[in-house]
Design a protein around this ligand. Structure first.
Ligand SMILES: Nc1ncnc2c1ncn2[C@@H]1O[C@H](COP(=O)(O)OP(=O)(O)OP(=O)(O)O)[C@@H](O)[C@H]1O
Length: 227
């Protein structure tokens, strides 16, 4: 893999069960790049992301992400791969029965952090990055949808990932809040974390010109344009 690449797929076929969703995928993303992933419903965006976070196996071809060989990825390696990735979905998926602090603490403990002081510092650090330290003691239902999504991004940053994979992170948000989320993801990429963001929102794509990867008719185009 080239020195600065954090994602490299070469001639990968993506299957869902026996159904070939994308064939001969070549994909290269560099450290700190911000890239949109577009394509019609059912074109294979989520399947491609699943390959990248180790939820779907590579059929033919080869792939590397964050230093992991996707072709030979074992079940035991998947949790370690996930620590190198921050995954952000449309539905916020915060645990609703505990505060923001406890949501973040839960992830840190689950990924091996033990020292209470370091845990506390890390939580404050990621909340500062998304501008929401003041919400640390709030329950998820006490903050807005946009704030919840920013907390999800903070959660994705906890283990200092090389890549953020975001599947429709603005899908449930109004246009202004969506812009705030994309601005935040852009900032994160400028600090060195690559961001791959699947979206249907052409307004966002036009507002934040970036490289576009498009799934279309079973093919992935690495440098697509929008009309
Ligand atoms: N678990 C599954 N089992 C079988 N087929 C699946 C499964 N998940 C998705 N598919 C099929 O794979 C194809 C690609 O689906 P995928 O969810 O990757 O598309 P998408 O571009 O992410 O769509 P959307 O924008 O609606 O999320 C579709 O034909 C879908 O029906």
């Amino acid at each position: 893999m080239a020195e600065n690449a954090v994602i490299h797929l070469s001639n990968v076929d993506v299957f869902q069960q026996k159904h070939l969703v994308l064939s001969n995928v070549n994909l290269h993303v560099e450290k700190g790049e911000f890239v949109f992933l577009i394509g019609q419903t059912g074109s294979g965006k989520s399947s491609l992301l699943k390959i990248l976070y180790g939820d779907l196996h590579i059929g033919n071809g080869n792939g590397d992400i964050a230093g992991f060989d996707l072709k030979n990825l074992t079940e035991r390696q998947v949790p370690f791969l996930r620590r190198k990735l921050g995954v952000v979905f449309q539905d916020f998926q915060l645990l609703t029965d505990r505060t923001i602090e406890k949501n973040l603490e839960f992830v840190l403990k689950a990924t091996g952090w033990k020292d209470a002081k370091l845990i506390n510092e890390r939580i404050k650090d990621v909340l500062d990055k998304v501008g929401l330290r003041s919400k640390i003691k709030k329950m998820p239902h006490e903050i807005s949808g946009g704030e919840q999504q920013r907390i999800v991004i903070a959660r994705a940053l906890l283990n200092d990932p090389e890549i953020i994979l975001a599947d429709e992170p603005t899908g449930n948000l109004d246009p202004e809040t969506s812009s705030e989320i994309v601005t935040l993801l852009k900032q994160i990429s400028q600090n060195g974390t690559a961001v791959l963001m699947a979206t249907h929102d052409y307004h966002i794509i036009r507002t934040y010109p970036s490289r576009i990867i498009k799934c279309d008719n079973g093919i992935v185009h690495e440098d697509a344009q929008i009309a």
